[in-house]
Write a protein that binds this ligand. Structure first.
Ligand SMILES: Nc1ncnc2c1ncn2[C@@H]1O[C@H](COP(=O)(O)OP(=O)(O)OP(=O)(O)O)[C@@H](O)[C@H]1O
Length: 506
């Protein structure tokens, strides 16, 4: 199929107070093309998508879509959809308690004599999904299906409604490998049907697996458009960061384990919670970075939450620094010197309406108690220190956190916990959604914190990242801790085997 241009954006500019989010950016999408939109946190990716889909206005530039003679300006996502542009986000925007068929046809249900024609709707839904290789019961409520499937259903709906341009905004962040594979199959299928797909992602591997082109943004400016085949990874990273990239290797192996200590900061015996995590024993020593590995849903976060008291265990005993403790609430855990960066930051972390400074200070203030307010000078000093340390991109300390890019919001929450100066820090996917440059910085920081005596629990879906930072790993499978891997066993092979269940002894 000749690849004609389906979407062209030229010279797009957009300014937020204090930030030039897009500066004369061009973007071109062809039919049957999967086009990655990449850049570090705050580069302008989301803004470009928002401008395209009418969520934000833009100041100057032109948008043209195939089939329309005039340039278009969308004022709402609905209008964008009428122009053939649909977006599917990581958080699926459908109704969990309605059936799959209803979700597929909401607002455009087939009718008979003024009433919804259920039979036709269910049949059409099944046909639509089966065309995309999803053979599922469409009469069941959406919530019965995994997030991955829900996302694919959202994609099917979007494509069925308007098929020219499909935008996938970080769709793979919460999927496991198997689910990502399925999503890719669907994407390739749509590509073969001539849909143009914009794929916003931070995962390099995935870009090289599925994309044809890459457009790179940096600081609101266009760096360039490249064919995937002609752009080696290192160069891509260099373009995103705007500098040469030789950093990642540098932290590898270099003194990961600070002098081994025999002092157990955490000593868990038989801790468990029915239906969530089977009873486990785990000792964690001062200054080590212990990784939790396993497939998505294997119980990694659940183990962390049971230690922290976020989900109260129903069995076992926990000692922190030699003392038996019972943690009823996260505040108890914080008082015992723990800090927990949750995986689910949107719901459990960020307070969107508060400023960057207020968000940063929050946990420390809770720890000190409401009767000991932190003075504004100290607040400012602390907030400034962590904005600098984590390179948080914000117009000022008083900017509402809501207006920061996703990755920068994440850094704010990480900063919040670092600020409490914890003995034991649990990081659940701390670098998800964070760009490569900052990822490296965070990995370095973790290794550094361990050297300074902080004990860290690190959970990540990226094995490479775990190998780089952890000195030991606990392996989980089906909500059970099944083994531990020592430092000399921390390589891709051993880990994969342990996760898969082939055993680690050879
Ligand atoms: N509503 C807003 N108000 C003020 N500034 C904003 C707003 N939305 C975005 N920005 C700023 O515009 C810049 C571009 O942000 P954008 O969200 O487009 O980045 P991004 O490339 O999507 O980053 P990430 O990968 O972190 O999601 C950032 O500096 C961000 O702080």
């Amino acid at each position: 199929m000749p690849n004609e241009i389906v979407l062209s954006m030229k010279n797009i500019s957009k300014t937020f107070p204090g930030v030039r989010a897009l500066d004369h950016v061009d973007f071109t999408l062809r039919s049957g093309e999967i086009h990655a939109l990449m850049g570090e946190n705050g580069a302008g990716k989301s803004t470009l998508i928002k401008v395209l889909t009418g969520v934000e206005e833009f100041e100057s530039g032109e948008i043209k879509i195939e089939g329309e003679s005039q340039m278009i300006i969308n004022h709402s996502p609905q209008e964008a959809q009428e122009h053939g542009i649909s977006t599917v986000y990581q958080e699926v925007n459908l109704c969990p308690n309605l059936s799959v068929a209803e979700n597929l046809f909401i607002g455009r249900e087939p009718k008979r004599a003024g009433l919804i024609d259920w039979k036709t709707m269910n049949r059409k839904a099944a046909e639509l999904l089966s065309k995309l290789d999803m053979n599922i019961d469409v009469t069941k409520a959406l919530e019965n299906y995994s997030i991955a499937l829900q996302q694919m259903i959202a994609i099917a709906r979007a494509v069925d409604m308007s098929a020219k341009v499909l935008i996938l905004d970080e769709p793979t962040s919460s999927l496991d490998d198997n689910e990502v594979e399925k999503l890719f199959r669907l994407m390739k299928r749509l590509k073969a049907d001539g849909v143009g797909i914009i794929f916003v992602t931070h995962f390099l591997e995935q870009v090289y697996e599925v994309c044809d082109k890459i457009t790179v943004l940096r600081n609101g400016g266009l760096v360039g458009e490249y064919e995937v085949e002609k752009l080696p990874r290192v160069q891509l990273v260099a373009k995103m960061m705007g500098k040469d990239f030789d950093d990642l290797e540098a932290i590898k192996k270099e003194g990961k384990t600070a002098g081994k200590s025999s002092e157990a900061v955490i000593d868990a015996k038989g801790i468990g919670r029915q239906g969530t995590i089977k009873p486990y024993d785990l000792q964690i020593y001062k200054g080590e970075v212990i990784g939790l590995t396993g497939l998505l849903g294997s119980g990694r976060s659940e183990l962390a939450r049971s230690l922290y008291g976020a989900d109260k265990p129903d069995s076992g005993e926990l000692k922190v620094n030699g003392k038996t403790v019972v943690l009823h609430t996260p505040l108890d855990a914080m008082m015992a010197g723990m800090a927990y960066l949750p995986e689910n930051r949107k719901e459990e972390g960020i307070v969107a309406d508060l400023s960057v400074r207020e968000n940063l200070i929050l946990a420390l203030q809770a720890k000190r108690g409401m009767f000991h307010p932190i003075g504004s000078k100290e607040q400012e000093e602390l907030a400034n220190k962590y904005v600098k340390l984590l390179q948080i991109k914000t117009a000022s300390l008083d900017t509402p956190v809501r207006s920061l890019s996703g990755g920068n919001q994440q850094k704010v929450i990480l900063g919040r916990w670092l600020l409490t100066d914890p003995d034991f820090l649990i990081l659940d996917e701390p670098t998800r959604g964070i760009d490569v440059g900052t990822k490296t910085e965070i990995q370095k920081l973790v290794v550094q914190l361990a050297k300074e005596g902080v004990t860290v629990m690190f959970i990540s879906s990226e094995i490479e990242e775990m190998i780089r930072t952890c000195s030991r790993m606990a392996v989980l499978r089906d909500r059970e801790k099944v083994s531990e891997l020592m430092e000399d066993e921390l390589d891709q092979n051993h880990i994969m085997k342990a996760i898969a269940g082939g055993g680690t002894d050879e």
